[in-house]
Design a protein around this ligand. Structure first.
Ligand code: SIN
Length: 302
């Protein structure tokens, strides 16, 4: 099964859409802009959501402009895909639990979390299925978000690397990311509440069956590298495992796997968090950038 946008599982064939959604792929690897669709109306139309879901599987990230929807519609639309989850560090809208506020302004320090290549919350046993992110206010310029196709990143790995990483597993940590700058008591309390998760280095997409390279900025180390096949002398383990992980994490940085989106007020992005990574470019400070994200509970990677 191939994984480029052009040849991804043909969930939606040209001309097979029931609705009048227009689909414009933005790169050959990932991402499409959809027009002639109102997500507020879609929040009340399961058949339309089903078409959008099929397009999501094909393009991995979908972009929409001019979605002047209410927060209740944003939540209702996202709920068609599953339960929503809050974030232990970023706060949610008080009236809409699960609608996480990603608000940046001169008063809020420009932090160091979204500007790394990552899948959301892989420190959870069940990382999110995906997210619906809407722009409330954006900088006049800057603050773009980028996504990378991690099925394509896997597909393009050299065969000997695919062989080497088959069966490897890795640890993902909120403690080492969001927790790192906290005082030790707070960091350990965060870790106690959200213990590190372990996932396969290559996961299988639960809907398409594709293989996906599944390490990112939350990944701290490979947990089962130190075997006789990889390590002749103990010395081989380090930096061997670290170099391999670093090489794998750097695959998301390759522009041929990416798309970059410029936000406008009421733009929406929906992404499949199982098969993509993203990076929010923090080049806009001190301008305001306010986005709201509905993160949808996912399944256990295997
Ligand atoms: C995120 O990392 O989920 C947020 C992306 C963004 O702020 O553009």
């Amino acid at each position: 099964m191939t994984s480029t946008t052009a040849s991804a599982p043909a969930v939606v064939r040209a001309g097979s859409l029931r609705s009048s959604i227009r689909v414009e792929p933005l790169t050959n690897a990932i991402g499409a802009e959809l027009s002639n669709v109102d997500l507020g109306a879609a929040s009340r139309d399961p058949a339309l959501v089903a078409e959008i879901r099929a397009l999501l599987l094909r393009h991995r990230v979908l972009f929409f402009r001019d979605q002047d929807m209410t927060r209740a519609e944003h939540v209702a639309f996202a709920r068609h895909f599953g339960e929503l989850e809050s974030h232990p560090v970023a706060g949610s809208d008080p009236e809409h639990p699960g609608l996480v506020r990603i608000y940046k302004s001169p008063e809020v320090p420009n932090d160091r979390y979204e500007n790394s290549w990552h899948c959301d919350a892989t420190w959870r046993e069940k990382p999110p299925f995906g997210c619906v992110l809407r722009c409330i206010e954006c900088p006049p310029v800057g603050g773009d978000t980028m996504w990378a196709n991690m099925a394509l990143a896997y597909e393009r790995l050299p065969e000997h690397i695919k062989t080497q990483i088959a069966g490897l597993r890795a640890r993902h940590s909120i403690e080492a990311s969001f927790g790192a700058a906290m005082p030790i008591e707070k960091r350990l309390a965060l870790k106690a509440q959200y213990p590190d998760a372990e996932h396969p280095v290559v996961r299988t997409h639960s809907e398409t069956g594709e293989k996906i390279l599944f390490v990112n900025a939350f990944t701290t180390h490979i947990t089962n590298y130190h075997t006789p096949a990889n390590v002749r002398f103990g010395q081989d383990a380090n930096p061997g495992a670290g170099l391999l992980l670093s090489y794998l994490i750097r695959q998301a940085y390759i522009p041929e796997f990416q798309v970059r989106f410029r936000w406008k007020k009421n733009s929406v992005a929906i992404w499949d968090n199982r098969s993509t990574q993203h990076y929010a470019v923090q080049d806009f400070w001190p301008a305001v950038r306010n986005l709201e994200r509905a993160g949808i509970v996912g399944d256990r990677p295997c």
